[in-house]
Design a protein around this ligand. Structure first.
Ligand SMILES: NC(=O)c1ccc[n+]([C@@H]2O[C@H](COP(=O)([O-])OP(=O)(O)OC[C@H]3O[C@@H](n4cnc5c(N)ncnc54)[C@H](OP(=O)(O)O)[C@@H]3O)[C@@H](O)[C@H]2O)c1
Length: 285
């Protein structure tokens, strides 16, 4: 059985990916602080900003493929974000290159400014947030160190068995008695975690020649307000009385508005379709 290393197995995407991977791979995964969040695979503690530790673990496990999910995301420590996302990803790329492991890196639609959608796979990054900058820097570092890497740009990730991070944040604020503001002018293509996981595993195992940036996101473009309502309804959360609608464009901080991605190349190459939110919900009700 081939060996797969998934970084960030204690995170939202990693938890799902590890469960699906164990059918096909001898799966190893990493955590930094939350070992008990790992749901499948052999856990290893790893700080990806420690390049020597990254190199040692990759050499020890000698995986056929690595899917790099570990990252610092919006809402987490901004001071360490660039170090974790750029330098940590560079360490993973160097270690993968050294042993010739297939590398699949998880990036984001947030590398774009949101002013020129829909974005093709090879659109150059134009980030306007600290997170977007750090993920664009990760892409650049990886492409330089290990050009055969597949770099997957994805959108808001959601699942129907475990509440996604964004919806969980809404619920926390509603529970604290706050009023939610959902933005009608931010357009995204939310991706079902099962779809994204299947695409990442296929890229890791079955399509080793795919390199460079590739968009993997749901086919349906929705505003964050539309997506938020659908998720809150799905989880049975009472939100209507405590929610207003607004425009992200009115915020004092920059925030990308339209991040639609052209996903046609990935669907063709992988022979998959990436259902949108309504199709996923309709099929699973
Ligand atoms: N969630 C989304 O909607 C979304 C959208 C687009 C792209 N993405 C990308 O998808 C990937 C997965 O996101 P996610 O939402 O699943 O993330 P998440 O739930 O925030 O999990 C982050 C993971 O990274 C690990 N980590 C953080 N700092 C680390 C470090 N210095 N060394 C080693 N591991 C570290 C965490 O470990 P511990 O918890 O154990 O500390 C955790 O396993 C990321 O690359 C993210 O940029 C996510």
């Amino acid at each position: 059985m081939r060996t797969l290393l998934i970084t960030g197995g204690s995170g939202y995407l990693g938890r799902h990916l590890c469960r699906y991977a164990t059918n096909k791979f001898a799966t190893h995964t990493t955590f930094l602080h939350h070992k008990t969040d790992i749901t499948a695979g052999v856990p290893h503690r790893l700080d990806i900003t420690d390049a020597a530790a990254v190199r040692a673990l990759v050499r020890e496990l000698s995986p056929t493929a690595i899917i790099h999910c570990a990252a610092s995301n919006p809402g987490q420590d901004e001071a360490r974000m660039l170090t974790i996302n750029r330098d940590g990803s560079a360490a993973i790329a160097a270690a993968a290159a050294e042993i010739g492991a297939r590398l699949v890196h998880v990036s984001t639609d947030m590398v774009h400014a949101g002013t020129n959608a829909p974005y093709p796979d090879d659109a150059p990054p134009s980030p306007i947030t600290r997170y977007g900058e750090s993920k664009a820097a990760a892409e650049a570092a990886i492409a330089e160190i290990y050009p055969s890497t597949a770099i997957v740009r994805t959108s808001l990730i959601y699942g129907l068995e475990e509440m996604d991070r964004g919806t969980a944040g809404f619920v926390r604020r509603l529970s604290a008695g706050e009023t939610l503001t959902l933005f009608s002018d931010q357009i995204r293509q939310p991706v079902w975690v099962e779809t994204l996981s299947a695409a990442l595993l296929a890229l890791a195992a079955d399509f080793p020649a795919v390199r460079g940036t590739l968009n993997v996101a749901g086919e349906q473009a929705l505003s964050r307000a539309e997506f938020g309502q659908r998720m809150l309804d799905w989880w049975g959360v009472a939100w209507r009385e405590h929610t207003t609608f607004g425009r992200a464009a009115d915020l004092p901080v920059p925030s990308p508005l339209d991040l639609r991605l052209d996903v046609s190349a990935a669907e063709t190459v992988l022979g998959m379709s990436f259902p949108g939110v309504d199709a996923v919900l309709d099929n699973t009700r």
